[in-house]
Design a protein around this ligand. Sequence first.
Ligand SMILES: Nc1ncnc2c1ncn2[C@@H]1O[C@H](COP(=O)(O)OP(=O)(O)OP(=O)(O)O)[C@@H](O)[C@H]1O
Ligand SMILES: [Mg+2]
Length: 261
Amino acid sequence: MPLLEIKNLTKKYNADTLALSDVNLTINEGEFVSVIGPSGAGKSTLLRCINRMIEASSGYILFDGVNVSTLSKNELRNLRTKIGMIFQHYNLVDRLSVIENILHGRLGYKNTFEGIFGIYNEEEKKSAFKIIEILGLKEQVYKRCDQLSGGQKQRVGIGRALIQKPRLMLCDEPIASLDPNASKIIMDHLRNISSKMGITCLVNLHQVNVALKYSDRIIGINSSKVVFDGAPSEMTSDIVYSIYGSEAEELDIDIGGRNAS
Ligand SMILES: Nc1ncnc2c1ncn2[C@@H]1O[C@H](COP(=O)(O)OP(=O)(O)OP(=O)(O)O)[C@@H](O)[C@H]1O
Ligand SMILES: [Mg+2]
């Protein structure tokens, strides 16, 4: 069974804005899938419909065989523990430390009392330190997040998602605010999360070259529709054009360079 099945998904924000139009996708467990397309194509809308941060207008989404659109409030809360989310602007609590921000990823599992008082058990703390080590944040554990670089902040964002023990990571432009060095570190971590931990990653990206280099599969969206769904090796300049239209000429895309590191 695929981890995620998206059927005839349509999202209309209002009469003039069709953000997703009859989108059909199947994503298997452990896959690393990038979503590319011009600004306004519908990439963020697609990601946000999956964990119901946005309600779809029609169609449905099966996560591990369960229809997410019919879930009760409690069931939805439970679903969201299995789906980690990473944002372009990190969405951390700046005045709190790295370890506190990472432990926040456990809040979805807690009752209000435990949540308010920040009560975490030994296993959760151990798990947080292990994740901090994997992400190379050991020197930063007790630093406030507003004292971190962008790349370090995004690693905290990844840590907060990982401690949820998710099956799926939704990453909305995770490297859009980072320089090339920090971007590489983040993409390498995401790739490892999928290859070594078996966690499925669905990543919105602006950079086609990055998508080509890291993905098992690329989904191209243009004006609310999926216009490409295939392996990086199947990408051609014609396909790039069908995804980006005239913008394609301004993109510096190296179709042959996808295996370069
Ligand atoms: N809350 C909203 N209300 C109304 N229209 C919206 C809303 N959010 C997005 N849209 C519109 O839906 C369409 C798709 O937006 P979306 O944010 O999904 O695009 P995107 O591919 O993520 O773009 P970008 O690359 O700029 O992040 C756009 O036309 C956008 O203006
Ligand atoms: Mg977006």
